[in-house]
Write a protein that binds this ligand. Structure first.
Ligand code: SAM
Length: 253
C-alpha cells in the first residue's frame, strides 16, 4: 500500500494543486449525471468540485492514504450520499463495481513508478468512450530540489537504483505510448513549467516536508527529518518549487 500523508498539514498549506485541479477538471465534458472517479483524491478538494459538476451523478474518491481519506470524510461529512470513498492502490484492481464515465487525477501519478500498470488498471475501470483527464509532475519536475537532495545525501541521481526512486517524472512520448498500449485513444499529452513560490523559512520547510519530500523522510530516522529538510531548502537558489506538470487528456477506446 502507498505511504501515509500528513493530511492536516497538507490542507493548511498554500497548494498550487488548487489551480492544477481547476485546470484539470476544466478539461472534462460532463452533462451532470455521470459517475467520475478521482484517482488519488487526497483530502477531497477536487472530489467536492466534481460533486458540483455531476449534481445527478456520483463521485468515487480513491486514495492509498487512510489519513488523507479520513480528512476527506471529515470535510465532506454532509455530502456523503453521492460519494464512495475507497482506500486502494491505483496500480491494482480497484474494489469498485462497474465502469465509470470519467477518471480524473491531480498531482498523483508521479508518486507511482509503474505507469504501464497504472494506466492498464485505470482503463479497466473506465467505460469505452469514457474520459481520462489527469495531471502530475512530468519530465524535469523539481529538478533543482532533486539536485539539492542528491547533494545532501551525497549521491548522484544518475546512479540511483530503481528501488531508490521515490518519484517518476514521465515525458510526453513515453506517456503517449503507454496510454496507447493501455487502450486509450484521442491522446493529448503536454508538459508545462509551473514554478510555485513560497515564503522562505517555516512555510517552505513545512511545504517541502509535507508535500515534496515525504518519501525521502520515510527512509530517514525522525531525528534527522528537520535537518534534512532545512539542508535541502538551504541549497535552493530561491524559495521556489520548480514544478513541471504533465497534462493528459484521452478517451478509452
Ligand atoms: C500530492 S497528493 C494529491 C492529492 C489530491 N489529488 C490533491 O490534488 O490535493 C498525492 C496523493 O496520491 C496518493 N497516492 C500516491 N500513490 C498512490 C497509489 N499507488 N494508490 C493510491 N493513491 C496514491 C497519496 O496518498 C496522496 O493522497
Amino acid at each position: 500500500m502507498p505511504r501515509e500523508w500528513d493530511a492536516k498539514t497538507y490542507d493548511s498549506l498554500p497548494l498550487p494543486h488548487q489551480q492544477w485541479g481547476k485546470r484539470t477538471l476544466g478539461r472534462l465534458h460532463l452533462t451532470g449525471g455521470e459517475t467520475v472517479l478521482d484517482a488519488g483524491c487526497g483530502t477531497g478538494r477536487d472530489t467536492a468540485a466534481l460533486l458540483d459538476l455531476v449534481p445527478d451523478g456520483r463521485v468515487i474518491g480513491v486514495d492509498g492514504s487512510r489519513r488523507m481519506l479520513d480528512q476527506l470524510r471529515t470535510k465532506l461529512a454532509d455530502r456523503t450520499d453521492r460519494i464512495e470513498v475507497v482506500h486502494a492502490d491505483l496500480t491494482r484492481p480497484l474494489p469498485v463495481s462497474g465502469q465509470v464515465d470519467a477518471i480524473t487525477s491531480v498531482a498523483t501519478f508521479h508518486w507511482i513508478t509503474d505507469h504501464a500498470a497504472l494506466f492498464t488498471n485505470l482503463a479497466r475501470h473506465l467505460r469505452p468512450g469514457g474520459q481520462f483527464v489527469a495531471e502530475c509532475g512530468g519530465q524535469g519536475n523539481v529538478a533543482r530540489i532533486n539536485a539539492a537532495v542528491d547533494e545532501v545525501l551525497g549521491k548522484k541521481a544518475d546512479g540511483m537504483d530503481d528501488k531508490d526512486r521515490v518519484w517518476y517524472f514521465a515525458g510526453v512520448e513515453e506517456t503517449t505510448e503507454r496510454l496507447q498500449d493501455a487502450g486509450f485513444t484521442g491522446i493529448e499529452v503536454s508538459l508545462l513549467p509551473d514554478p510555485a513560490r513560497l515564503e522562505p523559512g517555516e512555510q517552505l520547510w513545512s511545504y517541502l516536508a509535507t508535500v515534496v519530500l515525504g518519501s525521502h523522510l520515510d527512509k530517514l530516522p525522525e531525528s534527522e527529518h528537520e535537518r534534512f529538510v532545512r539542508d535541502v531548502a538551504a541549497r535552493l537558489p530561491e524559495p521556489v518549487v520548480d514544478y513541471v506538470r504533465l497534462n493528459i487528456t484521452a478517451r478509452r477506446a
